[in-house]
Ligand binder design. Structure first.
Ligand code: CO
Length: 183
């Protein structure tokens, strides 16, 4: 279980640096620790023993105090079959994005943000991301859409010090954009 940097800390707003490839043992270990943190956070019996632990599906290295371009995403797509979407990525870069947008109807959440920030954060519905995949141990081109694309954009934003509520219209947080898909 890692200590999470909250949005009251200035390093969370700082840009993160690219990591060198091949990945150092230190950077690979950090990705594995972040993955472990997410898995523990999704385990109800583990959370019961650690009441301060919040359930999460994604983490970026600056959220654990390391300003490097490393992100992890882990969430179940089919809990029955124990199927998960898992990304352990270094230097992720959005190389294309759709004009079509989407948003989470219930709003986004973030392990670094304790306060409520109601409203819609608009994101591209489809994106392509180039990255080094630390599980596959190769460079990959990820094609993501919908929730998957939102999760990737949320974590990649962290590498620029951007938080989800920066994307919510302050004056009209529930403004509905024409053509945007609600998820
Ligand atoms: Co976040």
């Amino acid at each position: 279980m890692l200590k999470i940097v909250k949005d009251t800390v200035s390093s969370l707003r700082a840009p993160s640096k690219e990591v060198e490839l091949p990945l150092s043992q230190k950077d690979e270990d950090l990705l594995l620790q972040m993955w472990e943190h997410l898995k523990e956070s999704q385990d109800p019996s583990f959370r019961e023993k650690h009441p301060s632990l919040r359930e999460g599906i994604g983490l970026a290295a600056p959220q654990v105090g390391v300003n490097k371009r490393l992100i992890v995403i882990h969430y179940p797509v089919d809990e029955e079959k124990k199927e998960y979407i898992t990304y352990l990525l270094a230097n992720p870069k959005i190389v294309s994005q759709s004009v079509k947008e989407c948003y989470l109807e219930a709003g986004e959440g973030c392990l670094s943000v304790d306060k409520e920030h109601p409203g819609y954060a608009y994101r591209s519905y489809r994106i392509r991301v180039e990255a080094y995949d630390a599980l596959k141990k190769e460079n990959v081109l990820i094609k993501a859409m919908g929730f998957d694309a939102i999760a990737l954009q949320h974590e990649i934003d962290h590498l620029s010090g951007i938080l989800f509520y920066d994307r919510i219209d302050k004056k009209n947080p529930f403004y509905k954009k024409d053509g945007a898909i609600a998820l």
